[in-house]
Design a protein around this ligand. Sequence first.
Ligand code: NCD
Ligand code: ZN
Ligand code: ZN
Ligand code: ZN
Length: 437
Amino acid sequence: MAVDMVLKDGIFIENGRETVRSVAIEARKIEGIYKHGDEPRHRDSIDCRGLYILPGLIDIHVHLRDLKESDKEDYETGTMAAAAGGVTTVVDMPNSDPPVLDKKTLDEKIARARELRYVNVGFYSGISSIIEKFDVQMIRDILGLKVYPHAPLDEDTKYTRERIRECTRLAVASDLPLLFHPDLPASMKAPKNMEEFFLAHSCEDEVKSVQSFIDAKVEYEARLHVCHVSCATTARLIQENRAEDTLTAEVTPHHLFLSGGDFPHDDGLAKMLPPLRSPYDNKMLMEGLRQTCAIDCVASDHAPHKKWEKTAPFLKASSGIPGLETTLPLMLTEVFEKRLPWIDYLRVCSSAPARILGLETKGILTPGYDADIVLARIQEGTITGENFFSKAKITPFEGRRVLARVITTIVGGVVVFDNDEFVTGPGIAGKVPVQKS
Ligand code: NCD
Ligand code: ZN
Ligand code: ZN
Ligand code: ZN
């Protein structure tokens, strides 16, 4: 019997070391890893000499917009950006228009994504102000519950201690992780200047918010995930509260590699929430990711906005930047420049995010796991927003030198993206919605 495909003689990471191996794919799964000459008979093959064979990135924090915000991004452009960026699974946030607070909206998003997808797409739901309104029918199709204390999805919600406890209990009852944007409910009116904006989203507030969610998590033995940690102090607090796998956290590439002082902040180029912090925070976040286990994984927080929303004066500009096409080049550059060991790269980009959301057959290249694979090579280049497949083309990483390039992206055994081109149409590869195994 011949297998579907063999990826031949690529550079494969085994026990943290580079070695040459071939990867066989059969029925959307990895069939086996072979030494040169031992490969099974196959119907199709790709010559991977000089290419790294890596697990696709699993990005558990993206905003693909669509529905009423299709002008910012839709499931087609968003998942094309993912595939081009070597991201084979994305998990879509509920702060869309309309927000995901009911099954009807969730089903609409699922239907759109199913039709337009190029990669695997999973979903989160928000929690409406009246907690009893939560439709348990959604549980099967979502990977977590997400809340925004500073900007509730349901307008009249106040994130008091009681509300946080209520959301935590719902997560436990649903057997889902509770994810949250760590920040406090807005205490002042709209900021009048830049200083007020940064003050309204301070590290102190981030820490206080994380502490309040940890308190509820401990009380109810919930699973808690902290989104986009941006401060050294927050990383320390999370580290002090580690307990098995019940407290996890993510960091974005921009909070790892960029600091506020790098930008004049006259427009929205580098405006996002949480804001960019200091070089010391950058350093401690990387340490949290690599050494102290305070932070489990990298997530892009891909947050596309329209061009005019990003070129507007800082206070008026929208928060959020595209990230699906920059995470892999930036992270692999760390590996190629010897600042990040392969073991850490594979963990923070693929295996840890899969584990956090209970995706038991994703995130590792081993027999029986899904054939979600990226072929990449060492190649010097610069990040250029104009070349993004995302509708959002303004990035604070513009012009940054990187050493890695995605050549081919394979989703569930199907070659989707190859040498700058899409070789399948939408709606063919990948699964929507991604469900817990
Ligand atoms: C995100 C968005 O635009 O949806 N913006 C951002 O600055 N990160 C929302 C969020 O992740 O908090
Ligand atoms: Zn061979
Ligand atoms: Zn957020
Ligand atoms: Zn976000």
